[in-house]
Design a protein around this ligand. Structure first.
Ligand SMILES: *[C@@H]1O[C@H](CO)[C@@H](O)[C@H](O)[C@H]1NC(C)=O
Ligand SMILES: *[C@@H]1O[C@H](CO)[C@@H](O)[C@H](O)[C@H]1NC(C)=O
Ligand SMILES: *[C@@H]1O[C@H](CO)[C@@H](O)[C@H](O)[C@H]1NC(C)=O
Ligand SMILES: *[C@@H]1O[C@H](CO)[C@@H](O)[C@H](O)[C@H]1NC(C)=O
Ligand SMILES: *[C@@H]1O[C@H](CO)[C@@H](O)[C@H](O)[C@H]1NC(C)=O
Length: 410
């Protein structure tokens, strides 16, 4: 029934300016070799395959391929490594609709378009989830900032085909405390909990974390009571913490959230009851530690460190390290053997090596962090200090065409 998954396929004749490097260049990467390549999304309308290449001791980032099939404003990338499929969200800025394009990836960096599915406008983050009784396919949940919606789709992970399933549309009777940004609900993130039974959606406009349970028989999302965040704080993205190697997904679970409008990070102990999932706040602090956030700064992404003991958070437009050099904040939340701390501690700020680090990824390459330096229109690669559990020196930086909202390791 693959044809069931065909969305509105476009005429995908285009894989423009594909410029492939000879394999021998890739072979000589030295210490960067583990980080095979990366993908970046550009508001210039491109998805790039990039590779760090070393010559005479210095590293550059080369473009392996570029596709325009995501649409006019690629905002988010999600890689299904097991099936070698890359999903790109097109925010559809200035258009009546957004879209999701799936691409077959290849170790040579090529991106072959599989399908483009039209959605409501404004998709900014997605996550894959599954339902235990559904064996034929998985699901995709998407947060749409602009249209105050959350959508779900059936997903055939092996082929990369999608099919529309649900839309939730939200409204508010009056603007939030930050009227300019909180004129309407703005779902900004999608996070699946460690049990795989819930989907959480931080909503920047409504100061909520919307909570859905996953129907185990159908995979449809079912709304639960949301978590009410501090007024005007603007929840954006979140991450779950569980002890490394733990065989329990329900005990010792924490959830951390960035608040874009108040430049705060908050932490919660997560508990599971017969009624569902609940969040009890255990921590709240500025993403600038004891300092007040510089005017105009906006916290963005939050990730766990590869050692599972630090929270890594990006600050945008703070110019902490000089003009157009923003910061990455690091907090410790657990000890080295993976026991969660009672007190989360701010460890300091580290250079982002550019302006507006909207997104970053340390997961694909534990020794390197890929930085989406949105307003520098660049992708950066910085060394990751395993000892300190923090970003360290810059390895390479590449100017691309357009603002860069997302960068991920292949
Ligand atoms: C990269 O691999 C894909 C898939 O095998 C192939 O279609 C494409 O021609 C390759 N490109 C180059 C330059 O080798
Ligand atoms: C495209 O946008 C229109 C207008 O916002 C909306 O009604 C429609 O549902 C969207 N199409 C899809 C396939 O989501
Ligand atoms: C953090 O705590 C302060 C002081 O209690 C409070 O004013 C603020 O709203 C809280 N922020 C969040 C995001 O919980
Ligand atoms: C799970 O972990 C606990 C404590 O570490 C251990 O006692 C138990 O045997 C483990 N259970 C399984 C099924 O591995
Ligand atoms: C922040 O302030 C607290 C309380 O005054 C102090 O104990 C702590 O050392 C300060 N942290 C930093 C990073 O300056």
């Amino acid at each position: 029934m693959v044809s069931d998954f065909r969305g509105e396929s476009l005429n995908m004749s285009i894989l423009i300016s594909a410029m492939y490097l000879p394999i021998c260049v890739l072979a000589g990467l030295g210490s960067v070799a583990a980080a095979s390549h990366l993908y970046a999304a550009s508001y210039g309308g491109s998805v790039y395959s990039l590779a760090p290449t070393s010559q005479h001791g210095s590293t550059e980032i080369s473009v392996l391929s570029e596709s325009r099939d995501c649409g006019n404003s690629p905002s988010w990338l999600m890689l299904d490594r097991a099936h070698e499929v890359l999903y790109c969200l097109n925010e559809g800025i200035g258009s009546s609709n957004g879209s999701i394009t799936s691409f077959k990836t290849h170790t040579n960096g090529s991106l072959a378009t599989i399908e483009r599915l039209i959605t409501p406008s404004g998709p900014v983050m997605s996550a894959i989830y599954s339902a235990p009784d559904v064996h034929t396919h998985d699901f995709l949940a998407v947060a749409h900032y602009e249209t105050s919606t959350v959508t779900t789709h059936l997903l055939d992970r092996s082929s990369g085909h999608m099919k529309y399933l649900q839309t939730f549309t939200y409204s508010m009777s009056s603007p939030g405390p930050n009227a300019a940004r909180q004129d309407a609900p703005h779902p900004h993130g999608v996070v699946v909990d460690p049990t795989g039974r819930y989907v959480l959606v931080p909503d920047l406009g409504a100061d909520l974390v919307r909570i859905f349970s996953i129907n185990p028989r159908t995979g449809r999302l079912e709304p639960k009571s949301p978590f009410v965040a501090s007024p005007g704080s603007g929840p954006r993205h979140g991450v779950f913490w569980t002890p490394k190697g733990s065989n329990s997904t329900t005990s010792n679970v924490y959830f951390y959230l960035t608040h874009e409008l108040s430049n705060e990070v908050s932490g919660f102990r997560v508990s599971y009851t017969a009624q569902g999932i609940s969040l009890h706040q255990i921590f709240n602090g500025s993403s600038f530690g004891n300092d007040t956030a510089p005017a105009g700064s906006k916290v963005a992404e939050i990730k766990l460190s590869p050692n599972n003991n630090h929270l890594v958070v990006s600050n945008r437009l703070d110019n902490t390290f000089g003009p157009k050099n923003d910061s990455i904040a690091v907090f410790s939340c657990a000890d080295a053997v993976g026991k969660h701390f009672r007190n989360v501690q701010f460890l300091g700020l580290f250079p982002a090596y550019g302006s507006s680090p909207r997104h970053f990824d340390i997961s694909g390459s534990p020794d390197m962090v890929a930085l989406a330096l949105e307003e520098s229109q660049s992708v950066g690669i910085a060394r990751w200090s395993k000892l300190g559990g923090t970003p360290a020196s810059l390895v390479a930086k590449k100017k691309l065409n357009g603002n860069i909202p997302a960068a991920i390791w292949a």
